[in-house]
Design a protein around this ligand. Structure first.
Ligand code: ZN
Ligand code: ZN
Length: 345
């Protein structure tokens, strides 16, 4: 089968690999129909993710059809149309019982990281019963692909951790796919104000189209003052950090209101400053975490009911044998305007 293989920093190849086989009674083998590329895949390519070693097939998102199941899998059958979660979970370990599936002791984010992933014609999915979801009849497959990672991540790590409420004020710092996923799902809670902040004009236009009440260019002189001005000097109740660099985390600290929450989604590779000399008395909280995907069943229903149109995140489509072009397009998002790219098998 063909597979997108990480060859070490800066290098990937679309090459022939052996088809995966069942290794554990809880496994399933899924024939991929559609997958996508995540910002995290670009982090791997930059050499930022040491757990992902050369030779690994990348990818942790997608939909497919079950080709084979292990002997312990009873809730899925060969031929079932399934959504693959970016998080594999056993459902039984201490962390899974606490709904922290990203910390599953035999799962978590393993696909396309510590085991071969979904950017291939076939993938082995461990803990199939608790890590796959049936694709509802008639569901839009491209929308389903957004449910593997990006929508639950924006929703859980941004909106739910940030406790967005009716009438509250929200700032989303970074309007890439994850920030936009937070923007789409924040509206489920009817906040009074959603301020989108980015340095890319195109992404700010999209944020406006997606429902931001204000779109601010972060290259302007005093962006913090602008946010304070919009919020009567208070700042925002929820500041969602969706970039992962020191400057954006600092901006969140500058604009969070007393009693507010800085909800971090960004993947940070550098030390950041925490200004407790200003924040110690402000009753703020800071939340961190990888997506646990506990919201996936609920999001499946909201996407199915078209309360959220997840297909709006898809900007480009490629055939599987064009996957290197897809990486190039996704990697040069500032030039290409790419949000999520769909790769079809
Ligand atoms: Zn991802
Ligand atoms: Zn577990």
């Amino acid at each position: 089968m063909k597979s997108l293989v990480y060859q070490g920093p800066g290098n990937i190849a679309w090459e022939e690999r052996a088809r995966p086989e069942i290794q554990d009674v809880g496994d399933a083998i899924v024939r991929m129909l559609k997958t996508t590329i995540c910002g995290t895949d670009l982090h791997i390519l930059r050499g930022d993710v040491p757990t992902c070693t050369p030779g690994r097939t990348l990818g942790h998102e997608g939909v497919g059809v079950i080709e084979e199941v292990g002997s312990a899998v009873t809730t899925f059958q060969v031929g079932d149309h399934v959504l693959i979660s970016c998080i594999s979970s056993c459902g039984k370990c201490e962390y899974c019982r606490r709904r922290m599936y990203s910390h599953c002791v035999t799962g978590g984010w393993i696909l396309g990281n510590t085991i071969d992933g979904t950017q291939a014609e076939f993938v082995r999915t461990p803990h199939a019963e608790t890590s796959l979801y049936p694709v509802p009849c008639g569901a839009n497959e491209e929308a389903m692909v957004m449910l593997s990672d990006i929508l639950p991540t924006g929703f859980e790590c941004g909106v739910l951790s940030g406790k967005v409420e009716p009438g509250s004020t929200v700032a989303i710092v970074g309007c890439g796919p994850i920030g936009l996923a937070a923007l789409l799902t924040a509206q489920l809670y009817s906040p009074a104000m959603i301020i989108a902040i980015d340095l890319d004009k195109h992404r700010l236009d999209i944020a406006n189209q997606f429902g931001a009440t204000h779109a601010l260019d972060s290259t302007e002189d005093d962006i913090s003052a602008h946010v304070l001005m919009l919020t009567d000097g208070k700042g925002v109740d929820t500041a969602i950090e969706a970039v992962g660099v020191p400057a954006t985390f600092l901006l969140c600290q500058n604009i969070v209101a007393s009693g507010g929450i800085v909800a971090n989604i960004g993947v940070h590779g550098q030390v950041v400053e925490l200004h407790l000399e200003r924040l110690w008395s402000k009753n703020i909280s800071i939340t961190t975490g990888l997506v646990d995907t506990y919201s996936t069943p609920m999001l499946l229903k909201t996407v199915g009911a078209k309360t959220i149109d997840a297909t709006r995140l898809v900007t480009h489509r490629f055939k599987a044998n064009e996957i290197l072009d897809a990486y190039d397009t996704f990697g040069r998002a500032a030039d290409t305007g790419a949000l999520k790219v769909i790769i079809e098998f």
